[in-house]
Design a protein around this ligand. Structure first.
Ligand SMILES: [Zn+2]
Ligand SMILES: [Zn+2]
Length: 274
């Protein structure tokens, strides 16, 4: 168990006569897999995850596993929507053959800053886990398969607002296009997931028997819980001129002014003088 497993990521593809993968960096394994895998499958309490059908992650604590999963779901939705808007804007601009900026950007700088901050916070989360590659046999017998009796688990809010629908081939429940909940076969006993113990909600004082997952689901939806309302945080005034790591001092020869620019900003500025 460790929270420091790493994977290698290749940042760019260089094509000469042959394609080369270049700019190799080390990235934290768990968080990167949650953000970039095409498929994530979980067991009943989410302590066991399988990424893309071949890498197994075993987490010590199912509560932090559920929280990380829920956060990664939210981040992926947010990130994808920001990229979509940016690409749509780019396509539109190309169609109109417009060089000039069309007013406000598709994704506001505040939104980019907030998303970057959330991604960084997510990346530094310290959760101990084991990482290993599944054997061929294990990979073949990964899923419980479609179930005849599908009682939708009453776990509102376990993964944010996502609704759970039975997965047609893997079994379990599809939470999003990549996340399937409770579809992994396991050799642990079947009862631990449904064992309830008394628990009192620290926010609303509700006292009743809960399974671990019901407890997390309640905490996420508890009406009395201190809302970490994302709106209020984003509304807070951003520190003025938060400098990007890519910004460098730049002196323009043409207009004689000094700036702090990222490489793209330099190009944009130079274009003004053409
Ligand atoms: Zn409560
Ligand atoms: Zn200039």
């Amino acid at each position: 168990m460790s929270c420091k497993h790493q994977l290698l990521a290749f940042v760019s593809l260089l094509e000469t006569n042959k394609p080369y993968l270049v700019n190799c960096v080390r990235i934290p394994a768990l968080q990167s897999l949650l953000l970039f895998s095409r498929s994530i499958d979980t067991n009943g309490d989410c302590s066991r995850l399988v990424a893309d059908g071949w890498l197994e992650l075993q987490l010590a604590d199912s509560e932090s596993a559920v929280r990380l999963l829920a956060t990664s779901l939210r981040l992926r939705v947010h990130w994808e929507s920001a990229l979509d808007r940016q690409l749509a804007r780019q396509a539109q601009r190309r169609k109109l053959e417009q060089e000039e900026d069309m007013g406000s950007p598709a994704v506001s700088p505040q939104e980019v800053a907030a998303l970057s901050r959330e991604l960084l916070q997510f990346m530094v989360a310290k959760v101990p886990y084991r990482l290993r590659r599944l054997t061929g046999l294990e990979a073949q017998n990964l899923y419980v398969g479609p179930q005849t009796i599908t009682t939708a688990p009453s776990l509102p809010g376990l993964f944010g607002n996502s609704t759970l629908s039975p997965h047609p081939t893997k079994g379990g429940y599809a939470v999003s296009d990549y996340l399937t909940y409770n579809c992994l076969t396991s050799d642990t006993d079947l009862y631990s997931d449904c064992l309830r113990s008394f628990w009192t909600c620290p926010h609303c004082g509700l006292h009743m028997p809960f399974t671990p997952l019901e407890r997390i689901a309640h905490e996420n939806t508890c009406p009395e819980a201190p809302g970490d309302d994302p709106g209020s945080e984003e509304a807070a005034p951003a520190p003025p001129q938060k400098t990007s790591a890519l910004q460098r001092p730049y002196h323009c020869q043409v207009c004689g002014q000094d700036f702090h620019f990222t490489p793209t900003e330099v190009l944009r500025h130079r274009r003004q003088h053409v």
